[in-house]
Design a binder for this molecule. Sequence first.
Ligand SMILES: [Zn+2]
Length: 124
Amino acid sequence: MEANRLEHFRKLLLEQLGQHNENVRDDQAAALDSVDDSVKDSVDMSLQDVNQELTLRHGERESQAVAEIDEALRRIDEGTYGQCERCGKPIDERRLEAMPTARYDAQCQAEIEASQGTGNAPTL
Ligand SMILES: [Zn+2]
């Protein structure tokens, strides 16, 4: 991929990284708020526990997304960004525009999803 295209995708990824970091900060602020409330009224403790559990799970999803962005940025540095990790073919740039963290081209992604599938796929 050309250097100016790589820079374009690096910017996209850094923007997404900044957005996710903001989400994580918001989650942490919300979690701290709910802790303060639970001290005031212990009857609400179970509800607070549920809220904190949901907040933690959301945080895990955010961490996963951040990890995928970090991986994509590493591939840009290594010069492998935009190549399918499965077959090595270039990933369509329109696909990368829509999903800058894509690791596979559309065909491999479809085959991977089909093989993971719902269990209904024929086992040859
Ligand atoms: Zn592929």
